[in-house]
Ligand binder design. Structure first.
Ligand SMILES: [Zn+2]
Length: 92
């Protein structure tokens, strides 16, 4: 009988131990369907924002946010309208 009780105690301890071991893991898998795939995919986001240089202040800014202007058939990009206007003044 005593052996049975010890056996039960060992089972209980093992059970708690295993539950402790597996709880972060189960929580992880529970949370991960989206995040897990993202982590395993771990690709850098596609660079859609091409950087363009402002010819006036020489700053680089994403093309999407840049102000553009066509001058003598060439397209120029500026960080701001101020730079665009400066360029316009400088180049007639
Ligand atoms: Zn600028």
């Amino acid at each position: 009988m005593m052996k049975f009780i010890i056996f039960l105690a060992v089972i209980l301890i093992l059970y708690y131990y295993l539950r402790k071991l597996f709880s972060p893991w189960t929580r992880g898998t529970f949370r991960s369907p989206g995040a897990g795939r993202g982590a395993s995919g771990n690709r850098p986001p596609p660079v859609t924002d091409e950087l363009v240089q402002d010819p006036v202040c020489k700053a680089y800014c994403p093309k999407r946010e840049a102000k553009s202007m066509v001058y003598k058939g060439k397209k120029y990009y500026f960080c701001s309208m101020e730079c665009l206007n400066k360029f316009r003044k400088q180049h007639g």
